[in-house]
Design a protein around this ligand. Sequence first.
Ligand SMILES: NC(=O)c1ccc[n+]([C@@H]2O[C@H](COP(=O)([O-])OP(=O)(O)OC[C@H]3O[C@@H](n4cnc5c(N)ncnc54)[C@H](OP(=O)(O)O)[C@@H]3O)[C@@H](O)[C@H]2O)c1
Length: 350
Amino acid sequence: MWPGMRMIRRQLSSAVRGLVYEKHGEPAQVLRLQKLEVASPADYQVAVKMLAAPINPSDINMIQGTYALLPQLPAVGGNEGVGVVAEVGHHVSSLRPGDWVIPVDAGLGTWRSEGVFSEAALVRVPSDISIEIAATLSVNPCTAYRLLSDFETLRPGDSVIQNASNSGVGQAVIQIAASLGITTINIVRDRPELQNLVQRLHDLGADHVITEEQLRKPEMKDLFRTCPRPRLALNCVGGKSTTEMLRHLDYGGTMVTYGGMAKQPVTVPVSALIFKNIRLRGFWITQWKRDRQHIDREEITKMVRDLCDLIRRGRLVPPPCFHWPLEEFLQALRAAQTPFLSRKQILTMQ
Ligand SMILES: NC(=O)c1ccc[n+]([C@@H]2O[C@H](COP(=O)([O-])OP(=O)(O)OC[C@H]3O[C@@H](n4cnc5c(N)ncnc54)[C@H](OP(=O)(O)O)[C@@H]3O)[C@@H](O)[C@H]2O)c1
């Protein structure tokens, strides 16, 4: 037993609560705040007191039953978050009480005050970073890191184009790319108070911010007089946005699809394949981590270490966040599904 373990365990509240769904459907209709039973951790398990967990689009899709990964029901909602280790099983070697942890795996059910998870499903993060960035680190910044690392060899001065640039992933792409000297061309939807959003993305390090409408205009070619054509296009939307973005990709470049916010298919002009030899790829961070969770954890820990390094240097900040106590989950869900809000809704547990 680690020193201090009993002390932390005694501080755990007796009423463990979580947002549970017994059937798939609209989250506001099927989620209930319930008391949960939490056993002591077995040999390779860790008891975690959750601090905060965001509401991401994939959490909503999972509850709706439309996601690629569906847990057995009843299930607790939420895939991401940060917690503090309260107690560890006898054979746990990488974590100790007091450590902050984030999930490596999806489907853990993070919208709860406490939980018991396997050691392999968690990774430690430093506790001197903000709760917001820790709670939102394991999905979007990790995805952005992989998108920029795994598909094209990018050098300082190269450019990347992306849509939904104000999304959690998009904001992390802007910041990681800026730290590497890579130019970003960022597409957003038009909206009231567009200039505020444009300014905010520039403040994060975005080089160019354009609307979907501007993307379709002939003037786009002016941009490429000063900026190289992108080697990499990151698609979070689908439909028209994607087809337009593809037109600007460099010869032999790659488009990676990681989201489908418009719920429309990707249509690719034949000419893009024949005459520009572009490559179309897809990416899912959950699969990437699952492929490494047990056999090659060093790749995961290196990625988290690199991201935490950026955070400590002030080069990676979380998206603007709004905090909701777990009890106010209905308002939080409503806000999370409101377009043009550009804020992460975070459930706080303590
Ligand atoms: N494949 C992976 O490994 C992976 C990892 C992380 C995230 N994702 C996916 O990436 C997407 C974004 O996730 P996130 O957490 O970054 O989201 P987020 O912060 O909640 O942002 C959602 C983004 O989608 C845009 N959007 C919403 N509805 C849209 C529509 N109908 N047409 C065009 N844009 C629309 C929003 O723009 P407005 O501000 O204009 O509303 C915003 O930019 C989700 O689909 C998520 O599942 C995939």
